[in-house]
Write a protein that binds this ligand. Structure first.
Ligand code: NAD
Length: 523
C-alpha cells in the first residue's frame, strides 16, 4: 500500500506510517502532478497547502483515506470524498493546548503591556512608569465557549488565581462543575469579567457575538482576546470602544480579513496582534502528524479510525430504504435545536409503525444528532462521529419502537429534554417530511421555510394581537393552525410565515400579556 505525504509533516508521523505502507514524500507536488499521480495511492496526508479537490478524489480509484494533519478541512472536498466512500480524518485535539497557551500569552501581554514595553526598550527608552500593569491573580476571567480550547484556558487561568465565569449554553452543568467554573449568560459574564477570551466556532449565531451593545455593558477597561475566528468580535465597534477608552485593550490572533488590510485597529497601541499563529507550535504539528498517521494506519489495516469526519459507506439497498426517514429526522433535528432552551440533556427517539420493524435505526438517530449538534460545534458532526460527540457532551440518547403510529404508516417521535424546556415532536414522511404533532398538539406542518410557534391563553383577541404584532414588522402569515387542550386553557398556534422572524420580534411577542412562549424556527 502507498501513502502520499503531500505537505511537510513531522517525521514521527512518517515513521508511524512506514510501519504499514510505502511512504512517498512529495511536499512540493503541484495540483497538476497530484491529479496525475494520485491514482497509485491508498492514502494521502496533507496540511493546508495541498488542496484535495473533487478532481483529485475522482482521479484516485484506490484512495481510502484523506488525512489532514491539523484541524480545519477547508482544503479537502469532504463532500466529494464522502460520495466516493473515502474517509476524511483530522486531528481535532492536536492544537487545543497550543492555542490555549497562545491565549495565555496574549492575556499576559495585555495585562503587563509586554509588547509595548518591548518596543519601547528597543527604541532605547527606559520608561518604567509607562508600563504599570495589572495582576491576573484575583481577577475575573470570562470564557466564551467552553470546548476543547476554552477548557484548557480555564485550567491554566485557575492556576493563575483567577475567578472563572463561562458562557456556553451547550455545556452540561456537570462538565462545568468538573472544571470548576461558573456558567452564566453572556451579558452576566460581560458585566463582571476583567478579561474576556473567545473560544467559540464562527457560526451565524456567533458572528459579531461581541459588538457595540456587548462592549457597552463590559466592565470599564476590560480586556478582550480572540484566538478563535475573525468575525466573532465586530472590529469596527472594537476600534471605537478602545478609542473611547471604554475597553482597556484587546489581543487578536484572528481577523475578519486575513491578513488585515487598512484595519484601523492596527493603529492602536493597546491592541496586541499575532498573525493567526494560535496553533503554530512544533508540538501541535508533531501531535497532529502522529494522530492522523495512527488513523491512516488503522484504516489501511482494515480498522476504524478515531477522528473520521465524513459518512461511512452505506450499501445502496439500505440507503434507499432509509432515505425518506433521513430527510425527516434531519428536519426534526433542525426543529429541536432551534426550540431547545439551553443545553440538550436527553433525546428519546421512538420509531413507530412499520419503521419499528426496520433495522438501521442507529443511522437515522445519528442523522438526528448530526443536525442537533452541527450548529453548535466547530468541526463537522456526521454519521460516524455523531454518537460519540453526543455522548461526550453528556446527552442521553435512547431509542424505542412502537407498533402504533397514530394512524400513519410510519412515524418518528422525538422527546427532547433541555435545561429549561421539554419539547416533543412527531413527524411522518408522505411524499415529503411533515410535522404532525408538537408537544401534545396535533398539527400538519410542512418542513420548509419559517414557522412561528406560540403558546398562549385561549381567550378572545390573542390570535389577533399576535397577527397584528407580526404585521407591524412586515411579517406576513401564510398559514395558521391552532390547537388547544380545552377552551380557555393553554393553546398553541403554528404560523407559517413568509419572512424571517427576528429575535427582537420573538422577544416582543413573549412579553405580550397571555402569551406564554414563542419561538421562530427556520427549516
Ligand atoms: P470546540 O468545538 O471544542 O468548542 C467550541 C465550544 O463553543 C463548544 O463547547 C460549544 O458548545 C461552544 N459554543 C458554540 N456556539 C456557542 C455560542 N453561540 N455561544 C457560546 N458558546 C458556544 O472548539 P475548539 O477546538 O475549542 O475551538 C474553539 C475555536 O478556536 C474555534 O473557533 C476554532 O476555529 C478556533 N481555533 C483557532 C486556532 C488559531 O490558530 N487561532 C486554532 C485552532 C482552533
Amino acid at each position: 500500500m502507498k501513502v502520499l505525504i503531500a505537505d511537510q509533516i513531522n517525521e514521527k508521523g512518517i515513521e508511524e506510517l512506514k510501519e504499514v505502507a510505502e511512504v512517498v514524500v512529495h511536499t512540493s507536488i503541484t495540483p497538476e502532478e497530484l491529479v496525475n499521480d494520485i491514482n497509485d495511492f491508498e492514502a494521502i496526508v496533507v496540511r493546508s497547502r495541498t488542496k484535495v479537490t473533487r478532481e483529485v478524489i475522482e482521479a484516485a480509484p484506490k484512495l481510502r483515506i484523506i488525512a489532514r494533519a491539523g484541524v480545519g478541512v477547508d482544503n479537502v472536498d469532504v463532500e466529494a470524498a464522502t460520495e466516493r466512500g473515502v474517509m476524511v480524518v483530522n486531528a481535532p485535539e492536536s492544537t487545543s493546548i497550543t492555542v490555549a497557551e497562545h491565549a495565555m500569552g496574549l492575556m499576559l501581554s495585555l495585562a503587563r503591556k509586554i509588547s509595548l514595553a518591548d518596543k519601547s526598550v528597543k527604541e532605547g527608552k527606559w520608561d518604567k512608569s509607562a508600563f504599570m500593569g495589572m495582576e491576573l491573580n484575583g481577577k475575573t476571567l470570562g470564557i466564551v465557549g467552553m470546548g476543547r480550547i476554552g477548557s484548557q484556558v480555564a485550567s491554566r487561568c485557575k492556576a493563575f488565581g483567577m475567578d472563572l465565569m463561562v458562557y456556553d449554553p451547550y455545556i452540561t452543568p456537570e462538565a462545568a462543575a468538573e472544571i470548576g467554573v461558573e456558567v452564566m449568560d453572556l451579558y452576566g459574564l460581560l458585566r463582571v469579567a476583567d478579561v474576556i477570551t473567545i473560544h467559540v466556532p464562527l457560526t451565524p449565531e456567533t458572528k459579531h457575538l461581541i459588538a457595540k451593545e456587548e462592549m457597552e455593558i463590559m466592565k470599564d477597561n476590560a480586556f478582550i482576546i480572540n484566538c478563535a475566528r475573525g468575525g466573532i468580535i465586530n472590529e469596527e465597534d472594537l476600534y471605537q470602544a478602545i478609542l473611547d477608552g471604554k475597553i482597556g485593550g484587546a489581543a487578536l490572533d484572528v481577523f475578519e480579513q486575513e491578513p488585515p488590510k487598512d484595519n484601523p485597529l492596527l493603529t492602536l497601541d493597546n491592541v496586541v496582534f499575532t498573525p493567526h499563529i494560535g496553533a503554530s507550535t512544533r508540538e501541535a504539528q508533531r501531535d497532529a502528524a502522529i494522530i492522523v498517521a495512527k488513523d491512516v494506519k488503522e484504516v489501511l489495516k482494515g480498522g476504524s479510525p478515531k477522528n473520521v469526519l465524513n459518512m461511512p459507506v452505506i450499501d445502496p439497498k439500505t440507503f434507499q430504504q432509509i432515505k425518506p426517514y433521513l430527510s425527516l429526522v434531519e428536519k426534526l433535528g433542525k426543529f429541536l435545536i432551534q426550540t431547545a432552551e439551553g443545553n440538550i440533556n436527553e433525546l428519546e427517539v421512538t420509531y413507530c409503525g412499520e419503521l419499528a420493524k426496520m433495522s438501521n435505526h442507529d443511522i437515522i438517530t445519528r442523522i438526528l444528532l448530526q443536525e442537533v449538534l452541527n450548529p453548535i460545534l466547530t468541526e463537522p458532526v456526521n454519521l460516524v462521529n455523531a454518537a460519540t460527540v453526543a455522548q461526550n457532551r453528556g446527552i442521553i440518547i435512547t431509542e424505542g419502537k412502537r407498533s402504533d403510529a397514530g394512524g400513519y404508516k410510519n412515524l418518528i417521535k422525538v422527546d427532547m429534554k433541555a435545561d429549561a424546556n421539554q419539547v416533543s415532536v412527531e413527524g411522518v414522511f408522505s411524499r415529503e417530511p411533515k410535522i404532525v404533532m408538537i408537544n401534545d398538539y396535533n398539527v400538519d406542518v410542512e418542513t420548509k421555510g419559517t414557522m412561528l410557534i406560540a403558546k398562549y391563553k385561549d381567550i378572545p383577541g390573542i390570535i389577533g394581537f399576535i397577527g397584528t404584532k407580526l404585521g407591524e414588522h412586515g411579517i406576513n402569515i401564510a398559514k395558521m393552525q391552532v390547537g388547544r387542550q380545552e377552551p380557555g386553557g393553554e393553546a398553541v398556534m403554528v404560523l407559517k410565515v413568509d419572512q424571517n422572524v427576528p429575535h427582537d420580534v420573538v422577544a416582543e411577542l413573549k412579553k405580550m400579556i397571555h402569551v406564554y412562549d414563542a419561538v421562530a424556527v427556520n427549516l
